[in-house]
Ligand binder design. Structure first.
Ligand code: PLP
Length: 417
């Protein structure tokens, strides 16, 4: 029995689908300790949008470590944090005419979500938050309370309260007008819905099965929030940092959320880092009212700054992400057409793509077949029925072609049985 099986908790999950010991990683490839290469179409669940050990980011990190730059700094002022904040302002906020203050909420995505929920409740004095069916916002109690998946919610061990789920876009396959139920409940003083502090939404639900909300639906949601004086929180932890094309996934809808959660690829290098961006007038916390030990991880600031400077000075990455995404979409459409009896569904936007199968069993078998052929992919959706692709945005056209060939072969192997 390996030390992993003997000592590590059985709660581990990814290592079950990919039961090898990884050692090195470069760009879109991971290498097992015996040297076997794997094409990584999962990219750290979206934490590695610029690939593994990206050379531009790695050099900045090495230089910083070599000169004994401070590594841990609570929320003290540091040169690394100053460079990062200036770069966020210049490369991200100003070009998009966005006016946000930056909260460092803690190292992970769930920290960004907890901070957003806490702040929305404090600002409005209301406790209720609206979330959506099949949402995923993280594993801490506040984040779980706005998460849909029953298995994950079950882990909480206490009632998950102060959140009310509403139907996400296409939940009823277009049978009802958007927001019919939501708006009715808000308007009806007998509905039992407490006045919400905020709505929290993913523009594309990653863990929920690569469900991409329509642009009109997102616009409609933003308008509804304005009409009813509800704060709009966009959780861009997985779909931000260029995953769908633009830096923020909500840009295409032309909406401006009141609060934005970012994590995963914001450090660019796979180092822990998260941001909660807030409208300046929401900046009402007392000093230290939201705190934490790991909110100033300088190596993450350094790689984040290098990533923003390298990839967000022009729109090249956005264009190539959209083009590569369309190539995957076209390849998936071909697969859907080739197996009419399998009732497959191609989903997604940008380089967040999914192929929905009739069952979690089938999607899991396709991922297992792809692993045998050297490709890492995961499943998502309430029953794991969606084969999910989140390749590095920097993958080459050749790597994309190779991955798509493996997927086509794997689907054929599983569906022709
Ligand atoms: N929000 C979204 C949309 C996510 O996809 C995730 C993680 O997958 C989280 C929050 C939680 O992030 P973390 O796992 O870093 O806590």
């Amino acid at each position: 029995m390996s030390i992993f099986e003997a000592l590590e908790s059985q709660v581990r999950s990814y290592s079950r689908g990919w039961p090898v010991v990884f050692d090195r990683a470069v760009g879109s490839q991971l290498f097992a300790e015996d040297g076997t290469p794997y094409l990584d179409f999962f990219a750290g669940a979206g934490a590695l949008n610029y690939g593994h050990n990206n050379p531009a980011l790695k050099q900045a990190l090495i230089d910083y470590l070599q000169r004994d730059g401070v590594t841990h700094a609570l929320d003290m002022f540091t040169v690394a944090k100053r460079d990062f904040l200036e770069t966020v302002n210049e490369r991200v906020l100003k070009p998009r005419e966005l006016d946000y203050k930056v909260v460092f909420p803690g190292p992970g995505g769930a920290n960004a979500v907890e901070a957003a929920l806490k702040l929305a409740r404090k600002v409005t004095g209301r406790e209720s938050v609206i979330n959506f069916t099949n949402a995923f916002h993280g594993m801490t109690l506040g984040a779980l309370s706005v998460t849909g998946n029953s298995m994950k919610r079950g882990g909480a061990g206490i009632p998950l309260v102060h959140a009310t789920p509403m139907p996400y876009d296409q939940y009823f396959d277009g049978a009802y007008p958007d927001f019919l139920y939501f708006e009715r409940l808000l308007q009806d003083s007998g509905s039992g819905l407490n006045e919400p502090a905020a709505v929290i939404v993913e523009t594309v639900q990653g863990e929920g099965g690569i469900n991409a909300a329509g642009i009109e639906w997102l616009k409609g949601l933003a308008e509804l929030c304005k009409r009813h004086d509800i704060l709009l929180i966009v959780d861009d932890v997985q779909m931000g940092c260029g995953r769908t094309g633009p830096f923020f996934s909500f840009e295409e809808a032309g909406i401006t959320p009141d609060i934005v959660c970012l994590s995963k690829s914001i450090s660019g290098y796979g180092l822990p880092m998260a941001l909660t961006l807030i409208r300046p007038d929401l900046d009402v916390w007392e000093p230290g009212e939201h705190n934490g030990t790991f909110r100033g991880i300088s190596p993450a600031f350094v790689t984040a700054t290098a990533a923003l400077r390298t990839y967000w000075s022009d729109d090249e990455l956005e264009k190539s992400t959209k083009a590569k995404g369309e190539r995957i979409g076209a390849a998936f459409d071909e697969i859907v057409t080739a197996y009419p009896e399998a009732n497959l569904l191609a989903k997604g936007r940008g380089l967040a793509r999914g192929l929905e199968f009739a069952s979690g069993d089938l999607a899991g078998k396709v991922c297992a077949a792809a692993f045998e052929r050297g490709l890492l992919m995961e499943t998502s959706g309430p029953d794991g029925e969606v084969m999910k692709l989140l390749p590095p945005l920097t993958l080459t056209d050749d790597e994309l072609g190779k991955g798509l060939d493996i997927i086509a072969e794997s689907v054929q192997t599983v569906l022709s049985k």
